[in-house]
Design a protein around this ligand. Structure first.
Ligand code: NAD
Length: 507
């Protein structure tokens, strides 16, 4: 339940200890070099804490601990019921501490508290619970052989894995990777984004309290070029599950090729379409979906539907309604439960987004709503929503991932044109289609080159459905659902040859 008063959350923020040390081998420790990174509150621009800046020697320390724990079998080989019980306890502890975790994440990331609460009180613990419950229901296979053999196909934990995370959904992305990795029996290193380490560091305390053994979970805050690269190049990490930009995803493939050929799972950027065919019903819910598809989390969402591809016959009606709704978005302090749009992650990122807004105007898009005019007295990195119309495919804002509150409407002529424009992107993470005709809905859903298609609603599915991208949005790896386990398990065949001494005996 969401408390209505901002003062309620501010009071929690005022008394919360701010975690700042790395978590390695069951203890909170400073970086070996003593280096720190200042983490800033995006709503105020003020430094919140100086967080440990882990580097190569800290990664070495954590990998050695993780490997030792994996070899000892203290987690990797315990009875499935025992691992399940610990992860269920972990889920309960997260639920019990979710308000504090949400406040911590809201302070550190600028995300509205209402979104943090939904993610951290519900989705994060549900994810741990769901994978915990899967542990003692996952069977191996027996291959069809003759009586002279028995061939078993088993799934075994891959070993030491690392989760490298972005800043836009800090705990949720951690849960999407940690829950299946821990459920599979792996030992894990987590490298949070440098802007948002605090909620994940607090999670480590709860993990220890739940009974996850020392060395099985390690949290290494640090910069990408230092901690991130040291993880990518480490010779004793078996797999990396990465979520972030396509540019850095490419680096991880390079790191793996240059080191031990570790397995790399990639969840990356997007430029997802929101398609409105000529028969779509422009209901208030549909307009809400269009606006949230673009502006939820300030547009800092990999599956944000920024290219809104609308049949030309409906463009003006759609545009008017979207602009009206976008103007009503409540922009404000992240700890105010009424806030729908908080600040962007940093001032530098805000500058990058404003550069895109300027390029849109320069390249001929029509500004129907200008976020650049948004005036905030707060010193943080706030930016209001921008809506452009008359986008054409060649424009920079029609091609590149902006990762900010900038929606572009592209008019099209008919279903075939809509499909061509939608698929004309190097990305392929998500798409939404609005139509009242089931034949057209299914045709579009089948032909769209992307990992998730939402029909008549904006959604990424739920924790049971796999999430990941086609083309430059991802590798074959998926987060969520049973498919996520493939990133953390490897397949073993055990072929037992049997004698034929009894072959002639009738059954
Ligand atoms: P980013 O690629 O800059 O950073 C992601 C992580 O990689 C961070 O932990 C960062 O420290 C690390 N990193 C950065 N440079 C590195 C380097 N040289 N070597 C090793 N590690 C390095 O991404 P971001 O800005 O944190 O997040 C935004 C991006 O994430 C967007 O492109 C967005 O689309 C994507 N994203 C994708 C999904 C998905 O599920 N597909 C979900 C959320 C975000």
């Amino acid at each position: 339940m969401i408390h209505e008063s901002p003062a309620f959350y501010q009071a929690i923020a005022d008394r919360l200890p701010l975690p700042s040390k790395a978590f390695i081998d069951g203890s909170f420790v400073a970086a070996k070099s003593g280096a720190v990174i200042e983490t800033v509150n995006p709503a105020t621009g003020q430094v919140l804490a100086a967080v440990a800046h882990c580097q190569t020697e800290d990664v070495e320390h954590a990998v050695a601990a993780a490997r030792r724990a994996f070899r000892s079998g203290v987690w990797s080989r315990v009875a499935p019921e025992a691992r399940k019980a610990v992860l269920l306890r972990f889920a309960e502890l997260i639920r019990a501490n979710s308000t504090e975790l949400a406040v911590l994440e809201s302070l550190d990331s600028g995300k509205p508290i209402r979104d943090c609460l939904k993610e951290i009180a519900i989705e994060v613990p549900d994810t741990f619970q769901w994978y915990a419950e899967l542990i003692d229901k996952s069977f191996g296979k027996v291959a069809p052989t003759g009586e002279q053999a028995c061939a078993m196909i088993l799934r075994e934990p891959i070993g030491v894995v690392a989760a490298v995370l972005p800043w836009n959904f800090p705990l949720l992305m951690a849960a999407w990777k940690l829950a299946p990795a821990l459920a599979s029996g792996c030992s894990v290193l987590v490298k949070p984004a440098e802007q948002t380490s605090m909620s994940i560091l607090r999670l480590a305390e709860l993990a220890a309290e739940a009974g996850i053994p020392a060395g099985v979970l390690n949290i290494l805050p640090g910069l990408g070029e230092t901690a991130g690269q040291a993880i990518g190049r480490h010779g004793d990490i078996d797999a990396v599950s990465f979520t972030g930009s396509t540019e850095v995803g490419r680096l991880f493939l390079r790191y793996a090729a240059d080191s031990n050929l570790k397995s790399i799972g990639l969840e990356m950027g997007g430029k997802s379409p929101f398609i409105v065919l000529d028969d779509a019903e422009l209901s208030p819910e549909m307009i809400d979906n269009a606006v949230m598809a673009a502006f939820w989390n300030g547009g800092q969402n990999c599956s944000a539907n920024m290219r809104q591809i609308v049949d030309r016959s409906r463009q003006e009606e759609f545009l008017d309604r979207v602009v009206e709704r976008a103007k009503a978005l409540v922009i404000g302090a992240p700890l105010d439960p009424a806030t729908e749009l908080g600040p962007l992650i940093t001032r530098e990122h805000r500058r990058r987004v404003l550069d895109y807004v300027e390029s849109g105007s320069r390249e001929g898009a029509r500004a129907a709503l200008s976020g650049a005019a948004f005036d905030s007295n707060a010193p943080g990195s706030f930016l209001g929503p921008t809506v452009f119309a008359d986008l054409v495919p060649g424009m920079t804002i029609a091609r590149e991932e902006i990762f900010g509150p900038v929606l572009g409407v592209m008019p099209v002529d008919g279903i075939e044109h809509a499909l061509t424009i939608a698929n004309g992107s190097e990305y392929g993470l998500h798409a939404t289609v609005y139509t009242r005709d089931i034949d057209r809905a299914l045709f579009m859903a089948r032909r769209l080159a992307c990992g998730t298609v939402a029909v008549n609603g904006f959604t990424e599915g739920d924790l049971k459905t796999p999430f990941g991208g086609y083309k430059r949005s991802g590798s074959l790896a998926r987060d969520k659902g049973t498919e996520a386990m493939a990133q953390y398990l490897q397949t073993k065949t055990i072929w037992i040859s049997l004698g034929d001494a009894y072959a002639s005996i009738p059954g």
